[in-house]
Design a protein around this ligand. Structure first.
Ligand SMILES: *Cc1c(COP(=O)(O)O)cnc(C)c1O
Length: 395
């Protein structure tokens, strides 16, 4: 494995757009440029392409096409789901339940809604990152209008008991939203069987184009329009449609759910091999997240006595793309809110590393990452006075 080649293990941040997806998109930039709202043939072709993509998204999650609304991505879908539901149901109640480990697209939207007079309960997870069903039941009040729980966590990979949560919400007449951005293509999803009312998804997390996404809105669920203007997306989300993006999203989601089990098993096996190698070869590290109920490609580990950021830089130098939950560069010394919520001590949380594997990763990559990671951890620990102290005490 030569250094000039990139080993990409940050698939939870984004994925490379699949070449087949790009090919499918290209004609919709050039010869088929019609505005889907116009009346001539060129326009009708664009309209048909959008409706084809809508069917593909619907099939992938067990919905009907009328329930799929295209957006600009996961962030917009999350904002729309929360704000649209809150404002359309505020006469009934103003209480929202979510979790402490959601993506910022949910957490910061909840902060905005609090300023608008809504109240929000943030449920803490257990140490594996799971939300307890009993905590959800206990948090519900007469004023609760919406419960939003992510399908799978983007940092530690923990998968939530979505079906059970959906069941409670349906029973109590509360709208249930799930941010499924990380779950699509990794976990089988059926919005009907799982009693999901609203679901967010994002194209670039499953080898589709960036800036594309969708919100599933179950038929009969009331939610305010999000963008006001033209009649697009049944007057709920105005603006000329991103036709190439929508076509790409359709092809990408069709591919993502096709042979999902076979493809995720390969990634899970690679992930497990890498995990095993790391734990046998590198001392003083711990796995964050649930042992089994986790995304197939997700590894999140804390290495004691080192800084996650320094580790990322050394790995980058070796041509490896990974991420950390301790982002001093973002201007805050606060480590990840997810690691804090699952009770990782702050000094250990600073040494966190997230590796997320995807389709293009190979056994060769696993070998290479393990070797380089071991070297990097040893190098950083050799410079750490805390580690020197620790080794002295052990003798
Ligand atoms: C990436 C991500 C988002 C945001 O999606 P964008 O399409 O990048 O806006 C939201 N939620 C989760 C869980 C994510 O991983």
């Amino acid at each position: 494995m030569a250094n000039e080649k990139l080993v990409y293990m940050d698939h939870s941040a984004t994925t490379a757009t699949d070449p087949e997806v790009i090919q499918a998109m290209l004609p919709w930039f050039s010869e088929h440029y019609g505005n889907p709202s116009s009346l001539y043939r060129l326009a009708r072709e664009s309209r048909t392409a959008i409706e084809d993509a809508r069917k593909k998204v619907a099939v992938a999650i067990g919905a009907t096409p009328e329930e799929i609304f295209f957006t600009s991505g996961g962030t917009e879908s999350d904002n729309w789901a929360l704000i649209g539901t809150a404002f359309s149901h505020k006469k009934k109640g103003t209480h929202i339940i979510t979790t402490a480990i959601e993506h910022h697209a949910i957490l910061h939207t909840c902060e905005y809604l609090k300023k608008q007079g809504f109240s929000v309960t943030y449920l803490p997870p257990d140490e594996s990152g799971k939300i307890q069903i009993e905590d959800i039941r206990a948090a519900i009040t007469e004023k609760t209008i919406l419960i939003s729980v992510m399908f799978a966590n983007n940092e530690i990979g923990t998968i939530q008991p979505i079906h059970e949560i959906g069941h409670i919400c349906r029973e109590r007449g509360i709208i249930f939203h799930t941010d499924a951005v990380q779950a699509i293509g990794n976990v089988p999803i059926n919005v009907t069987n799982m009693d999901i009312d609203l679901l967010s998804l994002s194209g670039h997390k499953f080898y589709g184009p960036k800036g594309t996404g969708a919100l599933y809105i179950r038929k009969g669920v009331r939610i305010d329009s999000y963008l006001h203007g033209g009649a697009q997306e049944k007057r709920k989300r105005a603006g000329t449609e991103n036709v190439p993006g929508i076509v790409g999203l359709g092809v990408a989601i069709e591919k993502a759910v096709h042979d999902q089990e076979v493809k995720t098993k390969r990634i899970r096996d690679l992930r497990d091999r890498l995990l095993e190698r790391i734990f046998t070869e590198i001392p003083n590290c711990r796995l964050n997240g649930h042992k089994t109920d986790r995304l197939p490609g997700n590894i999140n580990i804390c290495f004691e006595f080192i800084e996650g950021e320094s580790l990322i830089l050394l790995l980058d130098h070796a041509g490896i793309a990974a991420s950390t939950g301790s982002a001093c560069s973002s201007g805050s010394l606060e480590p990840s809110h997810v690691l804090m919520a699952i009770g990782v001590p702050i000094e250990i949380a600073h040494g966190s590393l997230r590796l997320t594997l995807g389709h293009e990763n190979t056994e060769e990559h696993v070998e290479y990452v393990c070797k380089e990671l071991k070297k990097a951890v040893e190098k950083l620990r050799a410079m750490s006075p805390l580690y020197a102290d620790y080794m002295k005490k052990r003798q």
